[in-house]
Ligand binder design. Structure first.
Ligand SMILES: Nc1ncnc2c1ncn2[C@@H]1O[C@H](COP(=O)(O)OP(=O)(O)OP(=O)(O)O)[C@@H](O)[C@H]1O
Ligand SMILES: [Mg+2]
Length: 306
């Protein structure tokens, strides 16, 4: 049975239908991505799961318990780290984490805090007040807060916002370690496609309060089937004869002795195209294939083109 089961969740704010009957299953131990344009309903979903807002209708089961009835017990085994989590500015990092640790009744709290600070490489910030932290440091304290109670279900809403590339990479690794070691189930939102692709096994694409598709990143990318093939020829060759060879897709002329082909079935077309080009006398100096990225799909979904 899924660890998290959301059925037909609806939420309206006046004229805005933030969620239009969202249904979703997340299995135990999954690193699950919630992707979608601004205003798609990701934070609304997460805030409902946190008990911060009430849905208009629909049901949620977590740990095979009814969220509407067992919310207090369920929430003890959950936690959240969100970019906009407000920790207390006048308290130090350690004091903030102590407050949350006590709320969750964490045993050996000092040791737990030390361990988390070390994992996120912010031990030296323990005595610093939150208001003096840089945004990337604040983000890492937020993640420590999210993991303070070893949650079985962790909600991460844009939790990596503002991290520099080095720290972002380390943070992703630390989250993966936690997830593997403790079988933490993670519901993750981010606008960083690279990160979503690296971390999430499955992704739900959300748009205007509805799920358009749930699948792996690889299968979601296959929504855009075509690859772009750029072929660079030796210098000084007239490329025009190669642009319209029989049985090959038409090419556009690029700069630097390059032709650009769009292949809608690359597996079938690539081999024969390259053969035809060489047979027709083209000396190929270099080729480059550009595959669609998750970002390409995201942009098309956001613009309603898929
Ligand atoms: N308290 C509120 N009152 C009115 N409208 C709201 C409220 N909270 C959210 N909304 C609206 O509900 C819709 C969904 O918002 P939500 O914050 O869930 O989007 P999101 O997917 O998290 O977007 P983002 O990527 O920008 O964080 C938006 O149109 C938003 O303006
Ligand atoms: Mg949001």
């Amino acid at each position: 049975m899924p660890l998290l089961e959301i059925r037909d969740l609806r939420k309206r704010y006046g004229a805005v239908e933030a969620l239009k009957g969202l249904s979703l299953d997340v299995e135990r131990g999954e690193f699950f991505g919630l992707l979608g344009p601004n205003g798609a309903g990701k934070s609304t979903t997460i805030n409902i799961l946190l008990g911060l807002i009430l849905p208009d209708s629909g049901s949620i089961r977590v740990f095979d318990q009814d969220f509407a009835i067992q919310q207090v017990a369920i929430r003890r085994r959950m936690n959240v780290a969100a970019a906009f989590t407000s920790l207390t500015g006048v308290l130090t990092v350690r004091e903030n984490l102590k407050v949350y640790g006590r709320i969750y009744g964490v045993r050996n709290l000092e040791r737990k805090i030390d361990e988390l600070l070390e994992r996120f490489e912010i031990t030296e910030l323990a005595q610093r007040k939150l208001q003096y932290l840089s945004s990337g440091q604040h983000t890492r304290v937020t993640l420590c807060k999210g993991l303070i109670n070893d949650p079985a279900l962790l909600l991460l809403d844009e939790c990596t916002l503002g991290l520099d590339p080095d720290i972002a990479e380390k943070t992703r690794r630390t989250l993966q370690e936690f997830q593997r070691e403790q079988q933490t189930t993670i519901l993750f939102t981010s606008h960083n496609m690279h990160e979503v692709e690296e971390l999430c096994g499955r992704i739900a694409f959300l748009s205007k309060g509805e799920i358009l598709r749930i699948d792996t990143a690889a299968r979601i990318k296959s929504l855009i089937p075509h690859h772009v093939l750029e072929v660079r020829f030796g210098p000084g060759i007239d490329l025009s004869p190669f642009r319209h060879l029989d049985g090959t897709p038409q090419a556009e002329l690029g700069g630097d002795s390059t032709l650009r082909f769009v292949l809608d079935d690359p597996e079938r077309q690539l081999d024969s195209l390259l053969r035809r080009l060489t047979r027709a006398g083209g000396h190929i100096a270099d080729i480059q294939i550009t595959r669609p990225t998750l970002e390409d799909v995201f942009i098309k979904v956001a613009r309603g083109e898929i």
